[in-house]
Each structure stands twice: as structure tokens, then as C-alpha cells.
Design a binder for this molecule. Structure first.
Ligand code: NAD
Ligand code: TYD
Length: 356
């Protein structure tokens, strides 16, 4: 396995930046080229300390730019492409699905095509890898007593986000079966942790508690998600890159299913304990039920027995510990999240929460 020269797309975002930190910490000799369009979700500040190292470079550019991608693959002699770049928020995909099809489907196709040429030009070396990072949402929604999603669960995406990710997964799979391109696919459950943009549930709740703003719960708050601390996702991707055979798919999850309302209550308890100054205390007083998300998936849960058996990976951070680390991080990094509450953010916020 090569893993010496990585092109990492979308690593100015949440999971990608955590992965870049993880990778540099574990493999400091490895070259990391980050390709990111720096959309609203991409933030150079997520990488500040890393970019001081000569091994790490950030290229601002779009994954749909075939010429640029081809140049980077060749110029840096990339042996491994780790693909995080995506439009990633379900609510934004409901407001405007087009960007999701463009980046998630066309962008992934562009990367696969450029990588195929790069691989073929070198005589199809066995050790190259294209890791496509995806989501459990492609499998659709579970009933309360359904078994968790496995790698053989049929795809049934319900939002423009999950449909566009499903399309990109199918392309990555097809490039293995058709061309023999050494692709890998991972489908992971909901992540949480540092550098998470405050539009997703956990960072939004942390930021709103610190600002004394309402904590909006969609519908009846009984929807269930399976939560994984982002560092554990990074170690799972490491295990897949090192141990998985080309063409394989692995589910990754935290085995930590929680109802949204219970999760928000846990976050409130932690914030009440950890924050010295809060505009409203106890923060539970801020909980507000709002109109449900259209097509809101009821339950996600991941069966992770395959990655446990094949690669010996399992989550190492408990939900309690992970949430405590996360709440502490948001408390200590006001300077990181405050600038993100921009005019564009306020406009988005009004569209979702004030004029549903
Ligand atoms: P994110 O929205 O925080 O980051 C996405 C990054 O991609 C940003 O830095 C953005 O600037 C960049 N980007 C967007 N469009 C681009 C384009 N056209 N060209 C280049 N860069 C572009 O997302 P995230 O939460 O870090 O998710 C990363 C990946 O993991 C996504 O593919 C997502 O589907 C998947 N995933 C996320 C979760 C989760 O809970 N967040 C769970 C499972 C899988
Ligand atoms: P989210 O973090 O957007 O992730 P996903 O929709 O990809 O699972 O949402 C997690 C859960 O929290 C989901 O059931 C929707 C719900 N939710 C709220 O109740 N209120 C909110 O303000 C947000 C952003 C999400």
C-alpha cells in the first residue's frame, strides 16, 4: 500500500479537516494536497496550524474542474485520493438541490474520470486507491424495529442530498466493476466534533445555547440518529485505506442511537454544567418545537459488523465523552464560530427557521 501522497478533497470542511489533522499526526511524512472550493462550509481557519507544515498544501479549486484535478494528480504524483468534498446539508438540499447534483454527482464523476486516466497512464498500478466517503442516508429510513443498515441494504434515498450521494456511490462502484479502478466506498452515520459548521444539529444547539437563542427541534423530536465522534470516523477511514480490498464497501457507525430530543437534553445538561456564563439557564428553557423537515427520515442505524470483523475497527469514544469534548470545544472556540454567523448564514437561518 502506498498512502504516501494524498489528494484530499473537501478538507477545509468538517470531517475532511479532522481527517487532515488525524493523518498528519499519525503519518507526518505523508504528503497532503487539499483541494477545496472554500464554499460557505469550507474554512481555511480549520487548517491554519496544518498549513504551516511543508508536507501540507491547500489548493483552492473546484472538483468539477477536470483540468485542475488532472494537473494536481500528475504534478504531485498522487497515489491516494480521499474524497470528502460535497454539499452536505439536507436542509440546504431542500432549499436548492442543484448545487448538490453538480458537486456530489458531477464532481465525483469528474474526480473518477481524472483518476482513471491518471491510473491508466501509469499502467494501472495496484496500490493506487480512490476512497469515496459517503453516508448512511443513502439507505433511506428505518422503522423502530427494523434491523440496522448493512452493506447489502438496498439504496432508498429520500432527500436531494442523499439522492445525490447515492448517485455518486453508484458511480464509484461502477468504476471498479467496469474499469477495475481501485475504488473504496464508506458509508458513515452522523458525525459530531470540532470544526462542525453551525447548521447541523449538534453545533447549532451549542452555538444557540451560548447565544441564548431558541433550540429548534423539528417535528416531535423522536427522530433517531446514530452518532459517531469524528475522530473515530477518521480512524475507520485509516483502517479502510490500509486494509480494504479494492471494490469494497464498509459501513461505519457509532452504535449510539439517540432520539433528537434526548440528545438535545444531554447537550443542555452538559452546557449547564460546563459554561460559566449563559444568557439563559437552564438551557432547556430554550427548547422550541418547530415545523418538521419535509421528508424527514425517521431513524438511521448502522450495522458495523463487517468493518469490525474484516478490519478490527470499532468506535473508541463514548457518546457521553464525545459530547463533552464537543461542548467544551464550542465553549472555548467562540473566535472560530462567531465569524461564521455571517449575513449569508442569517439569510439561510431565516429561510429555514422563520419562514417555513
Ligand atoms: P462539510 O459541508 O463540512 O464540508 C464539505 C467541504 O467540501 C467544504 O470544505 C466545501 O468547501 C467543500 N466543497 C463543497 N463543494 C465543493 C466543490 N465543488 N469543489 C471542491 N470543494 C467543495 O461536509 P462534512 O460534514 O465534512 O462531510 C464530508 C463528507 O462526508 C461528505 O461527502 C458527506 O456526504 C460525508 N458524510 C458526512 C457526515 C456528517 O455527519 N457530516 C456523515 C457521513 C458522511
Ligand atoms: P442534521 O444534523 O441536519 O443531520 P441529518 O439530517 O443529516 O441527520 O440533523 C440531525 C437530526 O436533527 C435530524 O433528525 C434533523 C434534526 N434537526 C432538528 O431537529 N433541528 C435542527 O435545527 C436541525 C439542524 C436538525
Amino acid at each position: 500500500m502506498a498512502l504516501n501522497r494524498l489528494l484530499v478533497t473537501g478538507a477545509a470542511g468538517f470531517i475532511g479537516s479532522n481527517f487532515a489533522h488525524y493523518w498528519h499526526r499519525h503519518y507526518p511524512q505523508s504528503r497532503l494536497i487539499i483541494l477545496d472550493a472554500l464554499t460557505y462550509a469550507g474554512n481555511r481557519a480549520n487548517l491554519t496550524d496544518l498549513l504551516a507544515h511543508p508536507q501540507v498544501d491547500l489548493v483552492e479549486g473546484n472538483i468539477c474542474d477536470r483540468t485542475l484535478v488532472a494537473r494536481l494528480l500528475k504534478e504531485y504524483a498522487i497515489d491516494t485520493l480521499v474524497h470528502f468534498a460535497a454539499e452536505s446539508h439536507v436542509d440546504r438540499s431542500i432549499l436548492g438541490p442543484e448545487a448538490f447534483v453538480q458537486t456530489n454527482v458531477v464532481g465525483t464523476f469528474t474526480l473518477l474520470e481524472a483518476f482513471r486516466t491518471h491510473w491508466q497512464d501509469q499502467g494501472k498500478p495496484e496500490q493506487l486507491r480512490f476512497l469515496h466517503v459517503s453516508t448512511d442516508e443513502v439507505y433511506g429510513s428505518l422503522g423502530p424495529n427494523d434491523p440496522a443498515f448493512s452493506e447489502t441494504t438496498p439504496y432508498a434515498p429520500n432527500s436531494p442530498y442523499s439522492a445525490s450521494k447515492a448517485g455518486s456511490d453508484h458511480l464509484a462502484r461502477a468504476y471498479y466493476h467496469t474499469y477495475g479502478l481501485p475504488t473504496l466506498i464508506t458509508n458513515c452515520s452522523n458525525n459530531y466534533g470540532p470544526y462542525h459548521f453551525p447548521e447541523k444539529l449538534i453545533p447549532l444547539m451549542c452555538v444557540n445555547m451560548l447565544l441564548g437563542k431558541p433550540l429548534p427541534i423539528y417535528g416531535d423530536g423522536q427522530n433517531i440518529r446514530d452518532w459517531l465522534f469524528v475522530e473515530d470516523h477518521c480512524s475507520a477511514l485509516d483502517a479502510v485505506l490500509r486494509g480494504a480490498a479494492p471494490g469494497e464497501t464498509y459501513n461505519i457507525g457509532g452504535e449510539a442511537e439517540v432520539k433528537n430530543i434526548d440528545l438535545v437534553n444531554l447537550l443542555c445538561d452538559l452546557m449547564n454544567d460546563l459554561a460559566p456564563d449563559l444568557p439563559i439557564r437552564p438551557t432547556q428553557e430554550l427548547i422550541t418545537y418547530v415545523t418538521d423537515r419535509p421528508g424527514h427520515d425517521r431513524r438511521y442505524a448502522m450495522d458495523i459488523s463487517k468493518i469490525q470483523a474484516d478490519l478490527g475497527w470499532q468506535p473508541s469514544v463514548t457518546l457521553e465523552d464525545g459530547l463533552k469534548k464537543t461542548v467544551t470545544w464550542y465553549l472555548e472556540h467562540r473566535d472560530w464560530w462567531m465569524p461564521l454567523l455571517s449575513e449569508e448564514y442569517q439569510h439561510y437561518y431565516k429561510q429555514i427557521y422563520e419562514y417555513p
